[in-house]
Design a protein around this ligand. Sequence first.
Ligand SMILES: Cc1cc2nc3c(=O)[nH]c(=O)nc-3n(C[C@H](O)[C@H](O)[C@H](O)COP(=O)(O)OP(=O)(O)OC[C@H]3O[C@@H](n4cnc5c(N)ncnc54)[C@H](O)[C@@H]3O)c2cc1C
Length: 455
Amino acid sequence: MSEFDLLILGGGSGGYACALRAAQLGLSVALVEEDKLGGTCLHRGCIPTKALLHAGEVADSSRHASEFGVNAQFISMDMLAVNAYKDGVINKLHKGLQGLVKSRNITYIEGHGRLVGKNVIDVNGVQYSGKNIVLATGSYPKTLPGLDIDGVQIVTSDHATKLEHVPSSVIVLGGGVIGCEFASVWKSFGADVTIIEALPHLVALEDESTSKQLERAFRKRGIKFELGTRFASASKGPDGVTVTLENGSTFVADLLLVAVGRGPVSSNIGYEEAGLTMDRGYLIVDDKCRTNVPGIWAVGDLIPTLQLAHVGFAEGILVAEEIAGLNPRAINYDGVPRVTYSEPEVASVGLTTAQAQSRGHDIVEISYDLAGNGKANILKTAGSVKLIAQKNGPVLGIHMVGSRVGELLAEAQLIFNWEAEASDVASLIHAHPTLSEAVGEAHLALAGKPLHAHG
Ligand SMILES: Cc1cc2nc3c(=O)[nH]c(=O)nc-3n(C[C@H](O)[C@H](O)[C@H](O)COP(=O)(O)OP(=O)(O)OC[C@H]3O[C@@H](n4cnc5c(N)ncnc54)[C@H](O)[C@@H]3O)c2cc1C
């Protein structure tokens, strides 16, 4: 039986990042994957959705071209061409990743793996052993009782990233990140979109002020939503899908996207038999991603941390470095940058007001309106940069809404993770005219010396 220092089950963001870093550190590594190297993020998540969103942005630019003095016209979406563009991006990245894995001398094992012992994974009848096993089997799109996902009229994000037509109307069940991104895509593509969300707000994990701004912006774009109402049932007919809510109201559309969250892929692959501690299917780990069974680690969407590709990368790297004896620092999950890539974008790092208050911080807050920012006016985008800081202390949270604000997180996460105070940032010069000036202006205002701010 071949034995490796690290045997990794699952070649998505968490698994492959762990493999690449471990190989770099001189460990012998094998990576088991049953589908495609790159996992959800590359093939059905981050990359395809962002390509669709970009196609939507181009469509919107053509619609609004005359506002900028450009003679152009939106005619229609050519989904064949959109998918060719999107798949081109995916294929290029996929090839690059395959090359990277090969160049680091990682043993790539194709097939369905199953944990059959503390140190052993069986892949289609062949057994491999690892001094350390890293489980990175990721997640799948969840559904609700009574929903018959047929991939045609009732779909999940897996189908939605491959759709070959633009539906004339869509109901998006779930107003979280994935639901809002698809709502944004389809509205840009010309569909009539309604989001149904049981919680009182869209992107409910964000600061409440952010959710309200996104709701305002979506309303302005003609994206409809029903908040605080629970789904009761759905039925399919010749006119499309009819969705009934618990309050009795009904909605009909061509397509229903079910975006009610993702659950861990952890059943029937030997995890229970190995005695791994689980909660609702998630593997429970400590702050170094160790499970309760010595020598078995778990990373990515399989554990109950933020379901983000870059969190998977960070956890994979952490495990590789811990195994190599580098004693890396545990991840501060508050410091993970988060983006919803809709139009407008939502970007945040650190605590929301509610979190800061519930943790007992004495806080001060400021919101800088993008109306005062030159570049935002040039782009014709609206939104804000909100700061939450400890009174006479560091910045605790940065929350942004507006076109392209995701790009501002690079600076925002440094501010949060280096525990900067408003006055530290206020003394830094931001290039004019950029959206990043809004980050600078917000800190100037919080430091008591606002420049381009009224009142
Ligand atoms: C629509 C959508 C959009 C998203 N957008 C973003 C975004 O913009 N930014 C972001 O940071 N995150 C985004 N995410 C989340 C991101 O994709 C995930 O957090 C990330 O892919 C998790 O990585 P992972 O390695 O834990 O799991 P996965 O990427 O799911 O990889 C797990 C891998 O394990 C394999 N596997 C499972 N079981 C077995 C087995 N028994 N044997 C062999 N192989 C197995 C699977 O085939 C899969 O390739 C998005 C997700 C979705 C669905």
